[in-house]
Design a protein around this ligand. Sequence first.
Ligand SMILES: [Zn+2]
Length: 348
Amino acid sequence: MSKFAVIIDQKKPIQLLTAFLQHGTIPNALLFTGMEGVGKRTTAMMFAMACNCLSKEPWSFFQGKNQATKDRTCYCKACVKIRSGNHPDIIQVKPSGAYIKIAQIRSLRDILAMKPYEARMRVVIISDARAMNPSAGNALLKVLEEPPGRTILILTTIQSSDLLPTIVSRCQHIRFNPISCKSLEDILVDKEGLDYDDAKIIATLAKGSLSKALSMVKPDNRVSWINRRSWLIKTLSLDMPGQLSRQPVVSFLAFAAELSKNKETLQDSLDVIKSWLRDVIVYKHCPEKIINKDLIDNIQHASQKLATRELIAKIEAIRTAQKGIKAGANLRLTLEAMVMQLAYEPQN
Ligand SMILES: [Zn+2]
């Protein structure tokens, strides 16, 4: 498990899981849904520990887990084995390549046909269950139809519609929330040592995902994200309203080409531009609520020059491009059209 094996902002899921443990009514199968990086897998591992811990009452296991600061790590034999991934009865199934293949589910079935080695409760965690191809899904359905004893299956995925309805209907569904901006900021400041302004920017861009926030502040990425923002805003001359449309078209095309090179960061880069445009609008009404506080001077300048209507049109142009890209539209053409719209200034 990662060093951030904490569960944040998941009050409801924790209440439900604690109730199962308290009443000893643990379902045969659980389905954890929610966006990437909100703690589904961490919670599944914690639940496996709660079911098997040798020193604490199972139902007390999640108590205090909402507090990132307290170390409540249990060092009993079972918990240590589970944490290190060496417990024979805590089985993890993950996509091998792009898919969870039928061979993986078949070998799981063979294991489940035997009794657990040592666990009170065997736990199977199928991560990213949407990666099951149809034949793997059908093989898993057979397991769910005849649940093996002393075993719980936990499936994780983004949304329940990713899975066969016949699978969903056999699982107790637990929904995980996006993590609040405030909680992400606190972690970035307390645990990663970011200053408050940088933490606010990264927390906003991470949109509720702790894993995404943490990946953005990896030593190699941290500076690069803040630099990337400056580059984006400078290149678009967003800090110099009135200049934008005076640049030669060829420089927009070069910018679109540069953006399209890095597909992994593209959507985030577009979010950065949106957050800046949003700030320019927000500044007009509540200057204290802007996100990019360190850019306040150029945001102030831009807010005097650009009308809200224009800014909204630009944000809309980015949204349209983001949707198009997700739907598989031609990257270069989409970005070129978007950059042109960002550059366009209505002549009064
Ligand atoms: Zn323990």
